[in-house]
Design a protein around this ligand. Structure first.
Ligand SMILES: Cc1cc2nc3c(=O)[nH]c(=O)nc-3n(C[C@H](O)[C@H](O)[C@H](O)COP(=O)(O)OP(=O)(O)OC[C@H]3O[C@@H](n4cnc5c(N)ncnc54)[C@H](O)[C@@H]3O)c2cc1C
Length: 419
């Protein structure tokens, strides 16, 4: 459904190219269909990059929206290659004005720019090396797609075409140009428009992660349990927004937010080393659809390491449903890495519907289906599996459960990576 929706503007361009190029032959239709569809898909991608919240239910979360965005990006490159290789027949139309010639040149610059940016975007690590393009550079280079789109918009509007400006295809492409450029502008302004200012009220450097609490300076964000937000700080080296799940707190102007942040790379380590109480923080969110309260009566929750965060904020609302049974397995290397262990143990003692197992792999080995079957307070067969952790761990566990005849009825998960 989400993929079909994302492809719709491109498909419409292909359909509109039929009457617009009917007199020019099949090759021209193919070439201009491909270029028009690529342009429509670029506008769609710029729109998705604005993080439209109202589309999250359709895409099932921002992480899935970004995956569609990426797949659409690959499709754009393929379509543009078709346009480049299959030359349209312009039936004697020549580039008459200076504007026509400029449009042609800009089209070529856009083509090479697109190929370079696509390579930078899609190749995360250089094959056979350990070199990974830093996220900051990836992000900055991604911004240049807006410029490429602008060049393509000028190219398509002023190049000689076998249809005139009144053709439906021409009107449609101009409309897409406006949508694409407006979306790009919105994305650049989004931190100003959607960011809410907070003040850091606590920084605790625990073995499992840095625990950060903050209160809103005025209006806070609106967020549901299990959602994540993009956060940045007014402190050197911490100014780039990164996504973190809200590990507790409330929405609105009085609500404190809490994050648990594992020091894995530059930003997260710097945050652990330098963040201070009183620092100003900007929060944009909440995003995401990982909310077990939406789920069924029997739920197994599995958290890999710092993947515990969405469960910490979702616990209370998920338990508010009478009769629901939840068993949370938190997998860590050593027990000292556990976060909020006391609170989870206390909830397990107080709530008949909730059980909690801290699984320390240094002692008990990797969590497998056997641990779940023997440890779970109810039969895991047919229960829902809510998972937050590495993909390989999820795939291994689900496969293992299926082989043991304990297949979950549904697997819900959140990816901790967008690129
Ligand atoms: C939806 C979601 C929820 C998350 N929740 C948590 C959480 O609760 N706790 C936690 O510890 N971690 C969480 N993460 C992971 C966290 O965002 C990354 O570990 C962090 O951004 C890494 O930044 P770094 O510079 O320290 O590491 P680096 O080594 O520089 O980056 C490691 C990887 O993190 C990703 N990344 C880096 N910078 C950004 C950025 N600005 N925006 C998006 N991704 C980036 C890239 O894929 C990169 O390859 C979450 C990620 C996502 C997508």
């Amino acid at each position: 459904m989400a993929v079909a929706l994302a492809l719709l503007p491109a498909l419409l361009a292909v359909l509109l190219a039929i009457p617009a190029t009917s007199a020019a032959g099949g090759g021209t239709w193919l070439s201009l269909s491909a270029s028009s569809a690529a342009f429509a898909a670029m506008a769609t991608n710029l729109f998705l990059a604005t993080r439209p919240r109202f589309l999250e239910p359709v895409f099932h979360g921002l992480d899935r929206m970004y995956r569609v965005h990426r797949a659409l990006g690959i499709t754009i490159v393929l379509l543009v290659l078709v346009h480049y290789v299959v030359a349209p027949n312009f039936q004697g139309l020549t580039l008459a004005s200076g504007l026509n010639r400029l449009a042609k040149d800009l089209g070529e610059y856009a083509f090479y720019g697109l190929l370079v940016l696509a390579a930078l975007s899609l190749v995360k690590r250089i094959p056979y090396t350990r070199f990974e393009l830093p996220y900051g550079i990836w992000r900055q280079s991604h911004r240049l797609f807006g410029l490429v789109f602008l060049l393509v918009a000028i190219h398509q509007a002023f190049i000689k075409r076998p249809f005139d400006g009144a053709a439906l295809l021409a009107v449609y492409l101009n409309l897409l140009a406006v949508i694409g450029i407006a979306s790009f502008a919105l994305t650049q302004l989004r931190p100003l428009l959607r960011g809410r200012r907070y003040l850091v009220t606590g920084v605790a450097r625990a073995p499992g992660g840095t625990l950060v609490t903050a209160r809103p300076a005025s209006a806070g964000i609106r967020a549901r349990p299990g959602q994540f937000a993009f956060i940045r700080f007014d402190r050197a080296g911490l100014g780039e927004a990164h996504p973190f799940t809200i590990a507790g707190g409330e929405s609105g102007s009085n609500g404190q937010l809490r994050f648990a942040i594992r020091p894995l790379g530059d930003f997260t380590r710097r945050l652990r080393d330098t963040l201070q109480v009183g620092d100003a923080m900007v929060v944009e969110g909440g995003y995401g659809r990982f909310d077990p309260a939406r789920g069924g009566a029997r739920q197994i929750w599995i958290a890999g390491g710092i993947g515990i965060t969405p469960f910490l904020s979702a616990l209370d609302s998920a338990l508010a449903v009478p009769g629901r049974q939840i068993h949370l397995f938190h997998c860590v290397r050593g027990a000292e890495e556990a976060i909020d262990r006391e609170r989870l143990d206390a909830a397990a003692r107080a709530e008949p519907g909730f059980a909690f197992t801290l699984h320390a792999s240094a002692e008990a080995g990797r969590l497998g289906a056997g641990h779940i079957v023997s440890g779970c307070g109810f039969d895991p067969a047919g229960a829902e599996l809510w998972f937050c952790g590495p993909s390989a761990m999820r795939e291994g566990l689900v496969g293992d459960l299926v082989r043991q005849g304990k297949a979950p009825s549904r697997v819900e998960f959140e990816r901790f990576e967008f690129r």
